[in-house]
Design a protein around this ligand. Structure first.
Ligand code: SAH
Length: 478
C-alpha cells in the first residue's frame, strides 16, 4: 500500500478488465471517506449523516458468486465475469471480493467439464452446454448451493459428475440444474430441477433462520446486512403496537426480523419464488403476525390506500430504480408515522426522499453502510417521519382572563343579531348584546360594555335582553 497517495495496490491481475472494483486505487479508509462524502452531498442538507459503517475485513465478503462459462479461440474452457459493457469473458480463478469456497468450486466445475467431455456455451452459435454457475453460501450455516445453468435439460453423466463434485467439495449441500435456453443476458432460466440435496440453503440473520432458493434475492454481504437490518429496525423504534409494511421484502428478512416488536407485518414482493420462501420463513421462525402479498409494491400500496387502510411504519427496500411514483403517492395516502427507506442506489433514493419531503415528511436520520467494499456502490438507510412543529411551547390558559372566551367563539354578534331579528322581530345592537353577555358572565371587550367619556350609556331594555338571552341559549353560550 502506498500510504502517501492513499493508494492501495490490490494485487488483482484483472482489475482493469473486470471493472468490478471501481475504487481499487483507494485504500479502504479513503474509500469510506469517498462514499461518506457522496452521501453527505445528497442527504447532508436534511440531517447529519452518520459515519459510514465499514467492514473490519473488507475482503471475500460476497456470499453469492456467479461465473459465466465460455471457450477461448484455442479451445480452452474459461470461467469468469463479462468484461464491462461487453460479452467477453475475463478469466477469473479467485476474486478478493468473493467467498473463497465458491471460487474454488467454480474452478473444480471448470476442470470437471473437460473430464466429462462437456462443453461451455457459446453465445454466438447458441451451442454448448454450461452457461453459468451460481454459488450461494450461508454465512452462518455454511450450507452451499451450486446452481448449474445449462442450455439443455440433458446433462450427460449427471450422477457421476455430481458424485465427483461432492467428493472434492463435501461442503456442498445442494446442487440445482437451471435450464436457460433463451437468447438473453439474464443468468437464470425459468425451469430448474434439484440434482442433489434440498434445492435451497438456509442462513441465519438477526437470530432468525431464512431459506433462500436459487431465484430469490438475498443480500450478498451477510456481515453488513445484519448491521443494516438492526439499524433499520432500531430507527423504526417499534413498540409492539404498530402495523408495519415491508415493501420489496424479498424472502421476508426485514419484516420477519421486525415482527417481534410489531403488532402486524405485511410484506410485498413481486418475485413469486421469494414470496414462497418468505411464507416458509415465517413458519420456520414461528412468526404468526406476518403475511406476504405477491404483487408489484406500487399496486399493493395503491390497493391498501384505496381500501382506506393505514400503516404506522413502512420499510421500503426497492431495487436500484427506486420506488415508483404510484408507490410514493400511495405511501403518502397511507401516511405512516415513519418511513425507513433502505437503498442500494443513493441517487434514486435521494430523488424519492426529496419527493416525500415536499409532501409532509422530514428526514430524521441517514446512515450509509459499506455493503460493497472496493466498488462504487453504497447502501443507505434513511428515516423519514411525518413533519411536526419542531418547537412545542406549553401555555396555561385561564379563560377568565381572556376577552375571547370559548363561549364567544360559538356565535358572532351578527349571528346573534340575525337570530333575534328572525325569531323575535327585534333589532339589537352590539352594545346590548355585550351588556347581556356581561350579565351572563361572558367577559366582554372594553369598548362594548363601557360608554365613551362622560355620556350616558344606553341600557338594554328588558324585552331585548330576554331575546338576546334566548339567542345565547340557542347558541349554547349559556
Ligand atoms: N428487502 C429484501 C429485498 C431487497 S431487494 C432484502 O433485504 O433482502 C429488492 C427486492 O424487490 C427484490 O426481492 C426484488 O425481487 C423485489 N422487486 C423488484 N421490483 C419489484 C416491484 N415492482 N414490486 C415489488 N417487489 C419488487
Amino acid at each position: 500500500m502506498n500510504k502517501k497517495n492513499n493508494k492501495e495496490s490490490i494485487g488483482c491481475a484483472v482489475a482493469g478488465k473486470c471493472g468490478g472494483c471501481q475504487l481499487q486505487n483507494m485504500n479502504y479508509e479513503r474509500q469510506k471517506a469517498f462514499k461518506q462524502a457522496k452521501v453527505v452531498k445528497l442527504f447532508g442538507k436534511y440531517c447529519r449523516v452518520a459515519p459510514i459503517e465499514g467492514m473490519e475485513n473488507p475482503y471475500n465478503y460476497r456470499n453469492k458468486v456467479s461465473a459465466a462459462f465460455g471457450t477461448t479461440r484455442s479451445g480452452m474452457i474459461i470461467s469468469g465475469v463479462y468484461q464491462s459493457s461487453t460479452h467477453n469473458i475475463v478469466k477469473i480463478d479467485s476474486c478478493m471480493l468473493e467467498d473463497k469456497t465458491a471460487d474454488a468450486i467454480i474452478v473444480t466445475i471448470r476442470n470437471l467439464l473437460k473430464d466429462f467431455k462437456l462443453t461451455a456455451y457459446n453465445e454466438h452459435t447458441c451451442k454448448g452446454f454450461l452457461r453459468h454457475v451460481l454459488i450461494r453460501r450461508g454465512f452462518a450455516t455454511g450450507e452451499v448451493m451450486v446452481v448449474m445453468v445449462t442450455s439443455t435439460p440433458v446433462f450427460p453423466g449427471k450422477n457421476h459428475f455430481i458424485e465427483k463434485l461432492l467428493n472434492i467439495h463435501p461442503e456442498i449441500t445442494t446442487v440445482v440444474q437451471n435450464i436457460n435456453n433463451k437468447f438473453t443476458s439474464m443468468v437464470l432460466g425459468d425451469s430448474q430441477k434439484v440434482l442433489y440435496g434440498k434445492g435451497y440453503i438456509e442462513d441465519i440473520l438477526c437470530s432468525k433462520r431464512f431459506r433462500i432458493s436459487p431465484k430469490s434475492f438475498y443480500q450478498i454481504n451477510p456481515v453488513q446486512t445484519e448491521k443494516l437490518y438492526n439499524c433499520a429496525i432500531n430507527l423504526a423504534a417499534l413498540t409492539g403496537k404498530e402495523r408495519v409494511i415491508d415493501a420489496y421484502c424479498g424472502i421476508g428478512t426485514i419484516g420477519i426480523a421486525a415482527s417481534d416488536n410489531a403488532k402486524e407485518v405485511i410484506g410485498a414482493e413481486l418475485n413469486k419464488d421469494a414470496v414462497h420462501d418468505a411464507i416458509i420463513n415465517a413458519k420456520l421462525n414461528n412468526v404468526k403476525n406476518i403475511r406476504f402479498i405477491c404483487n408489484d409494491a406500487g399496486e399493493f400500496m395503491q390497493a391498501l390506500a384505496a381500501d382506506g387502510e393505514k400503516a404506522d411504519v413502512v420499510f421500503t427496500d426497492p431495487p436500484r430504480a427506486g420506488c415508483s411514483k404510484q408507490f410514493l403517492d400511495s405511501l403518502l395516502i397511507l401516511s405512516p408515522e415513519k418511513i425507513v427507506y433502505i437503498s442500494c442506489d443513493i441517487e434514486t433514493q435521494a430523488r424519492d426522499v426529496y419527493y416525500l419531503t415536499k409532501k409532509g415528511y422530514k428526514v430524521k436520520a441517514c446512515r450509509p453502510f459499506d455493503m460493497f467494499p472496493h466498488t462504487r456502490h453504497i447502501e443507505t438507510v434513511v428515516l423519514l417521519s411525518q413533519r411536526r412543529p419542531d418547537i412545542h411551547i406549553d401555555i396555561k390558559l385561564d379563560l377568565s382572563e381572556l376577552d375571547i372566551t370559548a363561549a364567544e367563539t360559538k356565535a358572532t354578534y351578527q349571528e346573534i343579531k340575525d337570530y333575534v331579528f328572525e325569531k323575535h322581530g327585534l333589532k339589537v345592537s352590539t352594545l346590548y348584546i355585550s351588556q347581556v353577555k356581561a350579565k351572563c358572565g361572558i367577559i366582554e371587550r372594553e369598548c362594548y360594555n363601557k360608554g365613551e367619556g362622560k355620556s350616558r350609556v344606553p341600557q338594554c331594555p328588558k324585552e331585548k335582553e330576554d331575546a338576546i338571552m334566548d339567542a345565547l341559549r340557542h347558541f349554547m353560550m349559556i
